[in-house]
Every structure is written in structure tokens, then in C-alpha cells.
Design a protein around this ligand. Structure first.
Ligand code: GDP
Ligand code: MN
Length: 366
């Protein structure tokens, strides 16, 4: 489960990690009544990153500024997430931005500390352009993250003296938090140096859902997009990704392998929907409607292996819900001949081999 920044910062504070104290508002007008000294920073509380670039983080030097920014940010949509809450805090006077995180690294089978003096910007960008600026330290779970480990990580990003001492305190606290709270990721970007000392200006925290039973009373965040919620209400399992090829399949295994085969041939799935076993014509029509509603979808790939699901039902659904984008169908299994005949009559060719179909859909998407 992802936590909102304000929730993560509350947890950070309880482990002694310095954060700006802030207030969450849902209406711009409430800012007027807050006892804040300006400048302030206004931050959209949505469960996606890159809010700054998207216009969801603004500094305001007066109350009027703050009101204007708050009105603009509340109600805007960031990567498909509607902003309904705003974190308002006294702005930090940032002198330097560092990066600090712990992540469960499955390859290393350990929580791994990651630090960089190139904070503030996207760490994936740093990893690509200047990997030498990132220090990594897998933590032996039996030994834990000892002060000498923290000092090593701090020195590796150029810290010394009092700054190093403060960094060691913050990194050790973040590690303690990860272990005690069962975090998969705890990220501070930027971890800022200010005239008043170090400050976690941003906070990202992903908690391990499998350990939720150990932490009763935690907030429950809804991480579904609006479309995912609609699909769930219709009893369909639908997940959004960020490519441009919509995918419908039947059965979790087939759908996963469809994603893989599309990626293998160089395509990028926009989303996927599993119509499940025994899908009817109606389910299929509904499925097409949902996957095509996502903005940015350019093609549709339907991959069906008929078992309990009958190919003729699927074909009727496809014909009844004509896609507004080019479509590629792979159809085989129960009642395949009837299914193909229905599609052919509507001028739709159905592939047999999933690789041929995937190649085709990637081609037409380009
Ligand atoms: P993100 O874009 O979703 O990662 O949101 P952040 O909380 O990291 O904010 C984006 C950027 O806004 C940061 O990298 C900072 O440069 C800037 N920023 C955020 N809070 C403050 C603040 O209190 N003072 C100043 N000067 N800049 C801030
Ligand atoms: Mn950030």
C-alpha cells in the first residue's frame, strides 16, 4: 500500500526524521485561517510521483498567492489522479538536495540503502545518466544497518563532519522505520539541507500488504484509478499501465503472457482486462468499452483461448462492440470455427498464433 506524503511524514516524524509541520486542507479557503508564516509550499496529495513537474507543488509568498495556487491545484488531475487534498507547510529554504531511500531489493534479498548527492530529481534519471553518483548498500538482515554502515553510505556521497553525523541519524531512523513498519520502499527525495538543518522535504512510503495484519489501525488508501474502480464494480479485473495497446484476454495466465509477448515484440500495453472463464457476449462488449476508455489507447489486442469460454460468444461480443481503434484478434479453442466465421463475416481476421498476432498489433500501433 502506498501512503500519501502527509501520512508518510507523520510516520517519519514518529521515528525522529525531521519534517516540516504541515496541514492538510480540502478547500482552498481554509488556508486563510491557518497560522503559517510565509512563504509556504502547497503540495497535491496524490499517490503518484513527479507532482512538481506536473504543477502539483507550488511555493507561495503571500496568502493571496497561496489561495490562487490552491484553487488551481485542488481539482487538477495528475497522471489521472484527481487532487482532493493539499498539504500546506512553511517552505523550507533549501540549500542542497540529497536522495536517501531503503528498498527491498529482491536480487540482493535484502533491504538496500540508496543515497545520492544528486537529489531532487528523478533517481531513475540519475541512474541512467550518472550511475556513479548513486551509492548502494545491501543490508545484511542479521547484522542490521549499523552506524558504520550509515557512515560509509554518507561518505560515499561526499558527506563529512556534522553533516555526516546528522545523515547517520536520519538514515538509521529510516532503516528502523522500514523494519518496524514492514516497508517495501521508504524514499526521501529530496532530503534537503537547510539553514535550520536537514529536512525530509518529500516522503514516499510503500508498505508491504502481506504484513498488514501486524499493523492494525493503519489508514486504508484506495490506489485504484477511476476506470479500475468502474471495472471492479462490474466484476471485471482491470489494471492500468502506461503504454498504448489495450489488451483483453481470458484467464490470468494468458493475460500475463499476452503482456509479455507484446513487450517482447516491442509494444507497450496501455492496460489489461481479464474477462475470465465463461465470458459471455455481454462481458466481452463491456470489456471492450472499458479498455478503450483509457486516454492514449491506439490499438486493441484480444487474445482468447476458448475453454469454458466459447469463441462464438467472444466473436459476437467483438462484433457487437465495434472498436474505435484498429484491432487484432487471436482466437482459438472451444467453438473456434463458429467464432472465426462470425468475425470473418464482419471483416475481422482472427490469428491462431499469439506471436503472429502480437507482431501484427505492435506493427499497426507503430
Ligand atoms: P514530487 O515532484 O512529487 O517528487 O514532489 P516533491 O515534494 O519532491 O517536490 C518537488 C520539488 O519542489 C522538490 O524537489 C523541491 O525542489 C521543491 N520543493 C518542495 N518543497 C519545497 C520547499 O519547502 N521549499 C522549496 N524551496 N522547494 C520545495
Ligand atoms: Mn520528490
Amino acid at each position: 500500500m502506498k501512503l500519501h506524503e502527509f501520512q508518510a511524514k507523520d510516520l517519519f516524524a514518529s521515528y525522529g526524521i525531521p519534517v516540516q509541520s504541515g496541514v492538510v486542507v480540502e478547500e482552498a479557503e481554509h488556508i486563510g485561517g491557518l497560522a503559517l508564516s510565509y512563504p509556504v509550499v502547497l503540495k497535491a496529495q496524490v499517490l503518484v510521483g513527479g507532482r512538481g513537474k506536473a504543477g502539483g507543488v507550488k511555493l507561495a509568498s503571500t496568502r493571496d498567492d497561496a489561495l490562487a495556487h490552491a484553487r488551481a491545484i485542488l481539482g487538477m488531475s495528475i497522471k489521472g489522479e484527481r487532487v482532493t487534498r493539499l498539504l500546506v507547510a512553511e517552505a523550507a529554504d533549501i540549500q542542497q538536495e540529497y536522495y536517501l531511500a531503503f528498498i527491498v531489493d529482491r536480487a540482493a534479498r535484502a533491504l538496500t540503502g540508496i543515497a545520492s548527492a544528486a537529489g531532487g530529481i528523478d533517481i531513475e534519471e540519475v541512474a541512467r545518466t550518472a550511475p556513479e553518483n548513486i551509492a548502494r548498500l545491501p543490508v545484511d538482515p542479521a547484522l542490521g544497518f549499523q552506524p558504520f554502515h550509515a557512515r560509509g553510505l554518507g561518505r560515499a556521497i561526499g558527506l563529512s563532519g556534522a553533516q555526516l553525523t546528522d545523515f547517520v541519524r536520519i538514515a538509521s531512523a529510516l532503516y528502523r522505520l522500514c523494519v518496524a513498519e514492514d516497508a517495501e520502499l521508504a524514499e526521501i527525495n529530496p532530503l534537503a539541507v537547510t539553514p535550520a538543518g536537514w529536512l525530509a522535504v518529500d516522503a514516499k512510503l510503500i508498505l508491504d500488504d502481506n504484513a498488514a495484519f501486524r499493523h492494525p489501525g493503519r489508514p486504508h488508501n484506495e490506489e485504484l484509478t477511476a476506470l479500475e474502480r468502474d471495472a471492479r464494480e462490474s466484476g471485471l479485473s482491470y489494471v492500468e499501465l502506461d503504454g498504448d495497446i489495450a489488451i483483453i484476454g481470458n484467464g490470468a495466465g494468458l493475460v500475463m503472457s499476452t503482456l509479455d509477448i507484446v513487450a517482447h515484440f516491442g509494444g507497450r500495453p496501455a492496460n489489461f482486462l481479464d474477462v475470465g472463464g465463461g465470458a459471455t457476449q455481454g462481458n466481452m462488449q463491456e470489456a471492450i468499452g472499458i479498455v478503450l476508455r483509457k486516454p492514449g489507447v491506439r490499438t486493441l489486442f484480444v487474445n482468447i483461448f476458448g475453454g469454458i469460454t466459447r469463441c462464438d460468444d467472444i466473436a459476437r461480443g467483438i462484433v457487437a462492440a465495434p472498436a474505435a481503434v484498429p484491432m487484432v484478434v487471436r482466437l482459438t479453442g472451444t467453438n473456434e470455427d463458429e467464432g472465426r466465421a462470425i468475425l470473418e463475416a464482419a471483416g475481422i481476421h482472427a490469428f491462431l498464433d499469439p506471436a503472429d498476432a502480437a507482431t501484427r498489433v505492435v506493427e499497426i500501433t507503430r
